[in-house]
Ligand binder design. Structure first.
Ligand SMILES: C[S@@+](CC[C@H](N)C(=O)[O-])C[C@H]1O[C@@H](n2cnc3c(N)ncnc32)[C@H](O)[C@@H]1O
Length: 239
């Protein structure tokens, strides 16, 4: 009988020694990122879009990883997603990725609290010819959600606003999910803080509270995907 000391958690992430010991170069993460993007045909957002930016944060700091965005594009195609609700647009990079991935007639409704980011996002939608399939709603997501028609359904809800309130976002929007709609919660590992028994940051505490709450939601099929800063996916169980 085999008696290996290797555990599944040794083989959990692509950069653990169990998965990298053949790599002989200097920078595995950069080399693998380049290869993943090249093989998957993923462009940098700076090449994919004409982008007006803010001097407050870079796109690299704030926007979701282009590899994650490709995964969402994949979901959109495979699941036949037509309507997306996004919480947290920043300058519109993820919003435009969703908009581009949707079939004709599809729509992204995105909510952004800060006027400065919303104004730049609007310009970016114009610059890239995507305004006709994006509805940007300005204001605090909790107030804006209350004002949405409560029978309006979305096939994908992308939670990417302030981490402190992740659980509340899910609770306040889940009734807007279509029957087979997918709830996507970005950055669910929050830089490792969620693995602390006591998170060190308020955002980490909020994200951990969401993860603990998610653990109780057996009415959903769910997966915390170890991609980028962690992506949590939930879909209602049938029946
Ligand atoms: C991580 S960024 C979003 C990045 C964007 N989804 C992307 O991938 O390109 C988070 C955004 O959420 C916005 N935000 C934070 N709290 C919010 C709230 N209560 N309602 C709406 N937007 C909020 C912030 O202003 C910020 O632009």
């Amino acid at each position: 009988m085999a008696n290996s000391a290797i555990t599944f958690y040794d083989k959990f992430l692509p950069d653990q020694p169990e998965h990298t010991h053949h790599y002989k170069g200097e920078n595995y993460h950069a080399a693998l990122y380049d290869l993943v993007c090249r093989s998957s045909g993923i462009d940098s957002p700076h090449d994919a879009f004409k982008l007006e930016q803010t001097d407050m944060f870079t796109v690299e700091e704030m926007a979701s990883n282009p590899v994650s965005m490709r995964f969402f594009e994949f979901l959109i195609q495979v699941a036949g997603i037509r309507r997306v609700l996004e919480i947290g647009a920043f300058i519109g990079v993820s919003t435009m990725n969703f908009a581009r991935a949707l079939p004709p007639g599809g729509e992204v409704v995105s909510i952004e609290k800060f006027d400065h980011f919303a104004a730049i996002a609007r310009k970016n939608f114009e610059l890239n010819g995507l305004s006709d399939r994006i509805r940007l709603l300005e204001g605090d997501a909790f107030e804006v959600i209350e004002r949405l028609p409560q029978d309006e359904k979305f096939d994908l809800i992308f939670v990417d606003g302030n981490k402190e309130r992740y659980k509340d976002y899910v609770e306040k929007t889940e009734h807007l999910l279509s029957e087979k709609g997918i709830m996507v919660v970005d950055d669910c590992f929050f830089h490792g803080d969620v693995a602390n028994d006591t998170p060190v940051d308020d955002k980490g505490a909020g994200t951990r509270a969401f993860m603990d709450y998610a653990a109780t939601r057996d009415d959903y099929l769910r997966i915390a995907l170890p991609l980028a800063n962690g992506i949590f996916l939930m879909v209602r169980k049938p029946g």
